[in-house]
Design a protein. Structure first.
Length: 351
């Protein structure tokens, strides 16, 4: 595996947090002063409308091409549009679109449960815990030991098939993301048992509507063999797209010591996050998550404002001597995979 670049300095050389005052407050005040926390309702209305029209065009294309294997060419297009749909649901969960909780929930239910078959309630609960303590091994569900592990301590407990996975997890990461679309559906249905009765009925109804609608769309527009091939290609590419969007954000970045010094909000979010360089295409492909540092500092900031906040955040971090990590997309994958490769090293050494 290639060596990592752009890594953070050792903890011993990092500037210590101040004993008094907040490092974040001056930045928050400046961001508010520029109006960057004000919502962009019109922008989101246009984004949601364009996405819906594009989804409608793909459905129409499926109906027209359903008798031909050329219909499979629409599966990658639908996968990309489903990722756009997921990004809208993500923004609704952070109250970026509107401050009305009922409207935000409805947008999340439509874009998560109904269109993707992914429980909005399950995702929102999990994602909010991640935002509160990113990369914290005891509090962030995204770094809990599961199919993948993120620390040597987690790796040391792996044996059998899980040990085999851990030894090879860097090489298997992107192939495994091909199953992410299906896994998100499964987790959502499993989470219904956790939810209260009313929430379970609403979430479950939207999830079942997705399953019924998706199966009806496939089976009424194409023969069974084509339907199975279309669904497999669509779900695999959708999972891959999400994996490519989320992989660069935190993997290989600092992981707070549960027994160490407590970090303030600014350091907790900046030191555990990585930004991705690029222009409009990168912004579109990653749904604004390439501004991961700004997003974690200001979760409710509308997506189009993240790039505007970046220079202010970068300057503030430079003034305080806090590393602001930013790299290219390909290099971000290399750093993330390098971290996973190093985590599995002790198990490979035992062979």
């Amino acid at each position: 595996m290639p060596s990592a670049v752009g890594t953070l300095p050792e903890p011993a050389t990092r500037p210590a947090s101040p004993q008094g005052g907040s490092e974040f407050t001056p930045l928050l005040r400046a961001i508010k002063g520029q109006g960057l926390l004000e919502r962009r309702t019109g922008w989101y209305v246009r984004t949601i409308a364009v996405n819906a029209l594009c989804l409608g065009a793909v459905v129409t294309g499926m109906a027209l091409l359903g008798g031909s294997w050329w219909v499979l060419a629409l599966a990658p297009v639908l996968a990309v549009l489903c990722a756009r749909t997921a990004f809208i649901g993500h923004d609704a969960g952070h109250a970026q679109i509107t401050g009305n909780r009922t409207v935000s929930r409805l947008i999340g239910l439509v874009h998560g449960n109904l269109l993707l078959g992914m429980s909005f309630s399950w995702w929102n609960d999990k994602h909010n815990r991640h935002h509160a303590n990113p990369n914290h091994i005891e509090k962030d569900p995204d770094v809990a030991a599961d199919v993948l592990v993120f620390t040597s301590k987690q790796a040391a407990t792996r044996a059998g098939f899980r040990g085999w996975l851990t030894r090879r997890q860097a090489w298997l990461f992107f192939p495994l993301t091909l199953l992410e679309g299906l896994a998100l559906k499964l987790y959502g249905f499993q989470d219904l048992r956790r939810q209260g009765r009313r929430e379970r009925l609403v979430e479950g109804a939207f999830l079942l509507a997705h399953v019924a609608g998706y199966l009806t769309l496939l089976l009424t527009t194409m023969p069974l063999g084509q339907a199975l091939a279309f669904a497999a290609l669509h779900q695999a590419l959708f999972g891959l797209h999400l994996g490519m969007a989320f992989a660069p954000n935190h993997k290989g970045m600092e992981m707070p010591d549960p027994d160490g010094d407590k970090w303030g909000h600014l350091r907790r979010q900046v030191l555990t996050s990585r930004n991705i360089k690029g222009g409009a295409l990168t912004d579109w492909f990653l749904g604004g998550l390439n501004y991961q540092i700004e997003h974690h500092l200001f979760p409710s900031m509308p997506r189009p404002h993240l790039r505007l906040a970046q220079p202010m955040v970068k300057a503030h971090c430079r003034e305080l001597g806090i590393p602001f990590v930013e790299t290219g997309l390909v290099d971000s994958y290399r750093q993330a995979l390098r971290h996973m490769y190093e985590v599995g090293e002790p198990l490979r050494a035992d062979i």
